[in-house]
Design a protein around this ligand. Structure first.
Ligand code: ATP
Ligand code: MG
Length: 356
């Protein structure tokens, strides 16, 4: 049984003359110990969706079941209790500027049954965990963005929550600080067993932290599954675009489409994207093409990475062969679970100019 089960959630905002369907028929199952990524462009409905989990946002339709309980039936006291069990890291930190770091972290414990001793001990443990020793008496204004984010994480963990929701916790940070914060979240997930729901628009973040992912587009979840499933076999163009930002294929295609030599080539349909998962890496593809089909293949770009310990390859290759041979090659490779698709740089150019 899932720890968090969202069932056919709708959230509709009604303003004077406007109805905005921020979330439409979303169902998600999040298991205990998951690090569940939710990706999507701005306005996709990510924040609205996660706010439903701790009842900061009441759904217009659908059910939120947490630990087998329908939270819509909760009393106010139960909702308060639920929120203590769900840590929330906000994008803009939401720290209290007039309070010191330790008081910020202590604040969520106010009104709980924890003793003063226990509170002090916990604050110190959390400060150690997020690496802010020595900054206990500082005020938020005296901290950098990354340090503030660490305070926000410590505060979200103040009541030993079972669930941690992070809404773009790293979007305001530089790459190095982002990595440090991700490592911290990973530790919280792995060592403390805390379930993490992580919103981001960066697929790289998902790849380094999450075991599952859902992709949102205009209020709907268009794709979901394990990281390996989604990365190895993305079904929607949106997901493909997100993934391409992490393996640099998109960047490589952009670079190539700026070079006339390759644009010419692709007009003659000789530039291909070659994509494979797992065992296929062990078959000598390039050699096969020559020995079996007499086709010379030249690697223009290559990226092989490991996702959940499974190799995933994305190559761009130039193949010198007749159209009929290409067809045979495609069939042969498909039988080995290697996918070959044409790249038309003229079209890529048009697509880029529309996007940019
Ligand atoms: N309180 C509200 N009242 C009216 N409309 C809202 C409200 N909150 C969100 N919306 C609308 O719902 C849609 C989804 O917003 P949401 O904040 O969930 O997107 P998001 O995916 O988190 O975007 P971002 O990546 O920019 O944070 C938007 O069109 C937004 O204008
Ligand atoms: Mg948001």
């Amino acid at each position: 049984m899932a720890q968090i089960s969202l069932e056919h959630i709708d959230v509709t905002f009604k303003q004077k003359h406007q109805v905005s369907k921020a979330v439409q028929d979303v169902s998600l199952q999040i298991e205990k110990g998951d690090a569940y990524g939710i990706v999507g462009y701005s306005g996709a409905g990510k924040s609205t969706l996660v706010r439903v989990i701790n009842h900061l946002q009441k759904p217009s339709a659908g059910k939120v079941i947490i630990d087998n309980k329908d939270i819509d039936k909760f009393s106010l006291a139960q909702i308060r209790q639920l929120r203590k069990n769900i840590g929330f890291i906000f994008q803009h930190f939401n720290l209290m500027n007039a309070r010191t770091i330790e008081d910020n972290i202590l604040y969520p414990m106010v009104g709980t049954k924890t003793s003063n001793e226990e509170r002090k001990e916990r604050v110190q443990r959390l400060i150690n965990l997020v690496g802010l020793n020595g900054k206990e008496k500082f005020y938020p204004a005296q901290l950098s963005g990354g340090q503030k984010q660490r305070v926000a994480i410590a505060r979200a963990l103040a009541n030993n929550p079972q669930i941690l929701i992070s809404d773009e916790a790293t979007s305001a940070l530089d790459p190095k600080t982002t990595q440090a914060i991700l490592q911290l979240l990973k530790k919280i997930n792995k060592e403390l067993g805390v379930t993490i729901v992580l919103i981001t628009h960066e697929m790289d973040v998902v790849k380094s932290l999450c075991n599952k992912v859902a992709v949102m587009d205009t209020g709907k979840v268009v794709e979901k599954g394990s990281i390996l499933e989604v990365f190895s076999n993305p079904k929607t163009q949106l997901t493909k675009d997100f993934i391409d930002t992490t393996n640099n294929v998109k960047e490589a295609v952009d670079t190539l489409s700026a070079q006339e030599r390759f644009v010419e080539l692709s007009r003659n349909q000789q530039l291909f994207r070659l994509h494979y998962i797992g065992a296929s890496t062990e078959t000598p593809i390039i050699i096969d093409l020559y020995q079996k089909f007499g086709a010379v293949a030249n690697i223009v770009y290559g990226n092989i990475e490991f996702i959940s310990n499974v190799p995933l390859g994305n190559l761009i290759i130039e193949i010198d062969a007749e159209e009929s041979t290409i067809k045979e090659i495609k069939e042969y490779l498909a039988s080995k679970d290697v996918h070959l698709t044409n790249i038309n740089l003229d079209q890529e150019k048009i697509r880029n100019s529309k996007e940019g």
